[in-house]
Design a protein around this ligand. Sequence first.
Ligand code: FEO
Length: 389
Amino acid sequence: MVRKVAERVFSVGAIDWDRRLFDELIPLPDGTSYNSYLLMGNDKVVLLDTVDPSKEAELFANLEELGVDRIDYVVAHHAEQDHSGALPAVLRRYPMAKVVTNAKCKEFLMDLLPELEEDQFMVIEDGSRLPLGGLTLQFVFTPWVHWPETMSSYLEEEGILFSCDFFGSHTATTDLFVRDECKVLADAKRYYAEIMMPFRLQIRKNLERLAQYEIKMIAPSHGPVYDRPGLILSAYRQWISDEVEKKAVVAYVSMHGSSSRVVDVVVDRFAEKGISVSRVNLTVADLGELAMELVDAGALVMVGPYVLAGVHPTLMHTAYLVNALRPKVKALGVILSYGWGGLGAKQISGVTGSLRPEVRMELLIKGHPKDRDVAEIKALVDSMVSVLV
Ligand code: FEO
């Protein structure tokens, strides 16, 4: 489906209604899209990114619908294959096209897509401009959104920022532009949580950099186009800030009820102290929702049992994932229920070294929590609350 974004600017990518997992990790409850844009200058025709290789037939059908018989440049904003995977096929169909990208992205592309040849590239610098005849594209390096090579480009005449993964959202929709702002913000927050949150400080610099551009529209490579870009810009400013909400996430596994009883005490104590709680049972949780909750949560408590002489693997997996996501929690608690042994807290702390909470608490409870344990759990929660209020 071809859709017109602006004069001489077309959306020619593909919607993936059925995809349910990204990077073999991230749940996609609403599918996704691989947005590719075509710029038709008076002198040059440019394709901005391609699509996932599974959808290259749709990209070609869209280009045929527009009667595109020549492409001069294919801009590669990002080397990940959901945007670059169809690049070899595009170059086979349009052999005169040059791949325009930065030096690092060129290196990644040549590593990932061995079919590409050195002389098919045109390497550009940060801030350099590409005149197309009546249209001018300026390259803006925005590293770490999502990989270190990822960049954006700015169409000067229309004020459109093509931001690739930056500001994206995984959702399959026929809406070219944002219609349901609440839905899109939720999708974008989930997306930020899943792949952008670890790079919060680098994103802050990128946002500062973008302040010099008059941005009338943001066209990401996943999800709808923002024709009122203030919506997503202000949301990002909030997500990357150091501020947290009076909110705790309690993520847990319980085999026979002891850990579940611990969670009851934790949740009730937070609530008594005026902290809203998100209670996440890891055996049935959507990890994308857990990540979303962590975008602005002030506290995280992980609770679970020992099994097979160590921390329950589901809790370990979550701890490892949380460490990779690097949320800005100010308080981190680990409460483990055990029967024998008792070195599990070290297992958790061993995989959460990237987190920088002001308060880090650990508690071991032998068997089902007794009155003495309940008092200790409440004291642990109180210490965590003290850094949130
Ligand atoms: Fe949409 Fe990092 O790829």
